[in-house]
Design a protein around this ligand. Structure first.
Ligand code: PLP
Length: 400
C-alpha cells in the first residue's frame, strides 16, 4: 500500500516547483506563485480520474471525514452509524462535530453488516458511514437502498481503498460524499493530507469555505472576502499537495503493482485447507492494498500470526489483538477519556457502547489475518513471501 515506498524524482520535481515559487499556501498570492497551483491541480486530477464533479483537498483523511459530515449538515445530537472495525479516525471525526458514533457489527466483508445497520437506525440517525477497510467495500447497493428509504446520508470512508471500484464506479464516488487519506502510509501519499469528493455542488461549496475559515474565495483580496458561515482551518499546504500530485499521477502504476503482488500471494494460499478469503460484494473490485483471509478459529489465527512474525513475515496484522483498528481495544472511547466535557448525548451513546455485544464481529476479526501488499517488493520477493506464508500456515495446522 504505501506510496512512500516509490517516492522519487517525480515527487521531488513537484516540490521543487513550490520551493522555487516560495508560495507554500494554496490560496492567493497570484502574482508571486509563478503559475504554481499544486492543490488546485491535484483536485482537478482527482475529479478527472474518478469522474466526480468536485474534489476538496484537506489537511488529513480525518479532516476529510469530519468535513464531509459537517458539509452535509451532521452535528450535535445526530447519530452516525459506523463499523466496529476501522481506524480510530472514524469516531474521532464524528465526535469532533458533537455527533454520536453508533458502532455496529461487521460481517465477512470486514465492513458494515447490513442487518446490523438496519437494526441500529433510530430517529436520530443522520448518516451511514461504511469504511472500505483494507481495500474492499461494503455492500453499497444495499446501503444506498437503506439510505434512500430512511432519508439518510451515505458517506464513504475510502481512505484505505483508493483505486477500488464497485460496479465500475470508483470507491468514494458512490455515496453522497466520499473520503480519501493521503497520509504517509496510504497507497497515494502527500505526507499528510486527504480529500472529499462529491457530485453535490452545495456540499462542495461548503467544503471549500468551511476548510478555510468560512472564506468565500470570491475575488483576489483575501482580506476583503466575506464569510457566509463559520469555518475552521483544514487546508492542505502546497508542499504536501505537490507530493500528492506526483503520487496521484502514478495511481495506475501503484494499483497495478498491488494487484500483481496480491494475486501471487492469493494464488499460493487459495488451495490451502482451513484458509478462506474475505467476501467481496458482487460487482466489487478490491484495490488490493491488503490481502485478508480467515483461519479456522481464533487460536489458529494467533498461532499463524506468531509464526509469521518469527519467520520475518512483517506487515501481517491480527487486528483482534492489535490496539488500533478494532472495538476490543478502544478503551479510551468506551471509557469516555476526553480532555474536554462531552455532551450528554455522546456520553449516553458511549455508555451504551461499553455494554454492547460484538460476538459476530469477534468471530470474523478473531480469525482474520490482514497482510499489507507492498509496492516495492520484487516478483521474487513476493513469491518467496507467499511460499513462506504457506509453510507457516501448513505447519500450524499440522501441529494442532
Ligand atoms: C488513514 C485513515 C483515516 C484517516 O486518515 P489520516 O490522513 O491519517 O487522518 C481514516 N479512515 C481510515 C479507514 C484510514 O485508514
Amino acid at each position: 500500500m504505501p506510496g512512500f515506498e516509490l517516492f522519487g524524482d517525480a515527487e521531488r520535481k513537484e516540490v521543487k516547483d513550490v520551493l522555487d515559487s516560495g508560495v507554500l499556501m494554496r490560496y492567493g498570492f497570484d502574482g508571486l506563485r509563478k503559475g504554481q497551483w499544486k492543490a488546485k491541480d491535484l483536485e482537478t486530477e482527482i475529479e478527472k480520474r474518478f469522474a466526480v464533479q468536485h474534489a476538496q483537498l484537506l489537511s488529513s483523511g480525518t479532516a476529510a471525514v469530519s468535513m464531509a459530515l459537517a458539509a452535509s449538515g451532521v452535528g450535535a445530537g445526530d447519530e452516525v452509524i459506523m463499523p466496529c472495525f476501522t481506524f480510530v479516525a472514524s469516531f474521532e471525526a464524528i465526535l469532533m462535530l458533537g455527533a454520536t458514533p453508533v458502532v455496529v457489527d461487521i460481517d465477512d466483508t470486514l465492513t458494515l453488516d447490513i442487518d446490523a445497520v438496519k437494526t441500529s437506525i433510530s430517529p436520530k440517525t443522520k448518516a451511514i458511514m461504511p469504511v472500505h477497510m483494507c481495500g474492499s467495500m461494503a455492500n453499497l447497493d444495499a446501503l444506498k437502498t437503506i439510505c434512500k428509504n430512511h432519508d439518510l446520508l451515505l458517506i464513504e470512508d475510502a481512505c484505505q481503498a483508493i483505486g477500488g471500484t464497485y460496479k465500475g464506479q470508483a470507491l468514494g464516488t458512490i455515496g453522497d460524499l466520499g473520503c480519501f487519506s493521503f497520509d504517509f502510509v496510504k497507497t497515494v501519499t502527500s505526507g499528510e493530507g486527504g480529500a472529499v469528493v462529491t457530485n453535490n455542488t452545495q456540499y462542495a461549496k461548503h467544503l471549500d469555505h468551511f476548510s478555510d475559515h468560512g472564506h468565500d474565495h470570491i475575488g483576489n483580496d483575501r482580506g476583503a472576502e466575506t464569510h457566509p458561515f463559520l469555518g475552521y482551518n483544514f487546508r492542505i499546504s502546497e508542499l504536501n499537495a505537490a507530493v500528492g500530485l506526483a503520487q496521484f499521477r502514478r495511481i495506475d502504476e501503484f494499483i497495478a503493482l498491488q494487484k500483481k503482488h496480491y494475486k501471487i500471494i492469493r494464488d499460493a494460499l487459495e488451495p490451502l485447507d482451513g484458509v478462506t478469503f474475505r467476501s467481496v460484494p458482487e460487482g466489487g473490485e478490491e484495490s488490493c492494498a491488503f490481502l485478508n483471509f480467515f483461519l479456522e478459529d481464533l487460536e489458529t489465527a494467533r498461532e499463524v500470526s506468531k509464526m509469521f512474525k518469527a519467520n520475518g513475515l512483517d506487515v501481517c496484522f491480527h487486528y483482534y489483538d492489535n490496539n488500533w483498528h478494532y472495538i476490543r481495544k478502544w478503551d479510551h472511547l468506551k471509557m469516555k477519556k476526553s480532555l474536554y466535557p462531552l455532551s450528554s448525548e455522546i456520553q449516553t451513546g458511549l455508555d451504551a457502547l461499553k455494554e454492547k455485544n460484538f460476538t459476530k464481529s469477534d468471530y470474523y476479526i478473531g480469525r482474520n489475518l490482514s497482510c499489507l501488499v507492498k509496492l516495492s517488493w520484487s516478483k521474487a520477493e513476493v513469491e518467496q513471501r507467499a511460499k513462506a506464508m504457506v509453510d507457516c500456515i501448513q505447519s500450524v495446522y499440522a501441529n494442532r
